[in-house]
Ligand binder design. Structure first.
Ligand code: CA
Length: 220
């Protein structure tokens, strides 16, 4: 899952960034409205955390532009303005949820998970595929009822494949789901993680589609 964080407050931005990364998301952090719009134009995100008070264009304007472009990406707005008009305005501009500063970091993370879940059409907090269970809130995995030791990146990679069953994902798409811009990615990183995942679960779980990418079959 790839998230865009738009927040000009360095301390708060850093804290939210750290929290999101701990939860296994790939996150790009921008501090102006212009740079956020540029990101949204050139990249695909699963969710946006958007501060309303930005130094250049207002977060609400960023949100309206995004919706005018027809983008349905879930957006959580962060606002220091604890007035009803601001919240209503934000929701009317197309936000899916909002948090009033100062907010509890755990609550933000829970709302992020809830929105991502809703987007993928799942009601349950747990992701189940055949004998495999993933718990996105704790990043724990089980196979046939037994806990499986799994790294954050492996978890994120498997989650990406399991919410997209039946679709071939390219190596590039998988890299984007688990790495941020500022991280150098070894050219074979995805292959290495997939190799480990096959060993930890079972070999046929992830199919290689030669010259295209990887696939987890839809559960029959
Ligand atoms: Ca701000």
């Amino acid at each position: 899952m790839r998230l865009l964080l738009v927040e000009d407050d360095a301390m708060l931005g850093r804290a939210v960034l750290t929290g999101l990364k701990m939860d296994g998301y790939a996150v790009d952090w921008m501090s102006t409205g212009q740079s956020a719009l540029h990101c949204l134009e050139t990249d695909e995100y699963d969710l946006v955390v958007l501060d309303l008070g930005l130094p250049d264009i207002d977060g609400k304007a960023v949100l309206s532009t995004l919706r005018k472009r027809g983008m349905t990406t879930p957006v959580i707005i962060l606002t220091a303005r604890d007035s009803i008009e601001d919240r209503v305005g934000g929701l009317d501009a197309g936000a899916d949820d909002y948090m009033v500063k100062p907010f509890d970091q755990d609550e933000l993370m829970a709302r992020v998970r809830a929105l991502l879940r809703r987007r993928s059409g799942r009601a349950s907090a747990v992701l189940q595929y055949k004998d495999i269970t993933l718990h996105p809130d704790s990043m724990k995995a089980e196979y046939q009822g037994q806990p499986v030791e799994i790294s954050r990146r492996e978890f994120a990679l498997l989650q990406e494949l399991l919410v997209n069953t039946g679709r071939v994902l390219t190596r590039e798409q998988l890299e984007r789901a688990i790495y941020d811009w500022d991280q150098d990615v070894a050219s074979n990183a995805v292959e290495v993680h997939i190799h480990h995942l096959r060993k930890k679960f079972y070999n046929d779980l992830i199919r290689t589609v030669r010259g295209v990418g990887y696939l987890v079959e839809k559960a029959g």
